[in-house]
Design a protein around this ligand. Sequence first.
Ligand SMILES: N[C@@H](CCC(=O)N[C@@H](CS)C(=O)NCC(=O)O)C(=O)O
Length: 268
Amino acid sequence: MTATGFARAAAAAAYVCRGATCLAPVTDPDEFGRPLSWVRICENGGRPPKRTCDGGTMLTLYQVEWCPSCHRVRQVMTELGLTYLTVNVQAERNERADVLAVSDQTSVPTLQDGDKVFSDSDEILEYLRGTYPAPENAGRHAAAGAWRAAVALSLAPRAALRRLKQVLEEKGFKIVAQVRGQTISELLPKEYVLLEVAVPVAAVKAVDIDPLAPAAVLLPMAVMPAESGGSVVATADPVGQVWLYGEPPLTRIQAAVKKRLAEVLEEL
Ligand SMILES: N[C@@H](CCC(=O)N[C@@H](CS)C(=O)NCC(=O)O)C(=O)O
C-alpha cells in the first residue's frame, strides 16, 4: 500500500491498541501516513509479540513516564540505540494485570526481550549493556542525559570557592546564598559548601512562564574537598532541573543558563 493509501485507510479506521481490549478510534496516522493500526498488537493474546518479523527478539518495556527507574532504563536504551515497544501500565500497582501476566509481579520497569523477562532496573541495565554493544554515539547520548556536571580543580576547597564565585559573577550569575554543609548536617565534610546561584534576567522570565517552578530560578552548586587535596565543583543541570515539567519555553530559558554555566566551568 502506498503512503497515500495508508493515509486514506487511516482516515477510515485509526486504532490505538490497548492490549487485550482494543479501543478505537483515537489517533491520526503516523508520519508515513500509516494508520497506527499497523502496529496493533492483537497477536500473542493481546500482548506485544516476542519476536520481530525477521525472527529477532522484540524488546518491550512496561513502564510509566513518571517513574525514575523506568527513566534510567529508557536512557540506556537510547544510548544503546535500541528500538522497543512501550507498554504504559496503570498507575496503581494492583491494577497492572499486563505486568503481572508477563513477569509474575507488578513493579515497573519490566523488560521483556523475547522469552527473557527482567523486573528490576539494575538487572535490566546489566542485561542490556551485556547483550547489546554500544554504538559510536552512545557517549553523546549519555552526556546529553546526564543532567549534571562536575569539574576537578587542583585548588584547595577555599581557594576553589573564591575562584568559582569570582567567575560566576563575571559571567552574570548572582550568588544568592552560601550554605556550609555542616549547617545541614555535621556528617557532611567540613569544607563542603553549597552555593545557590541565579541569572536574574532568566529568573524573571522563568517565573513569568511558570511561577510554580522554583527549580527554574535557583541553581545549586557545591564545592567539596577531593582526596587529591584539590576540590570538585559539582552543579545541577539547569535544563535537567526543569526537564520533567515538559515545558519547552522554560527549557529554552534554562538552555541559555546552561550555556553560560558551561562557560563558567570551562574558565575555572
Ligand atoms: N527496584 C526497582 C524499583 C522500581 C520502582 O520503585 N518502581 C515503582 C514505580 S517508580 C513501582 O512500580 N512501584 C510499585 C508500586 O509500589 O507501585 C527498580 O529500580 O527497578
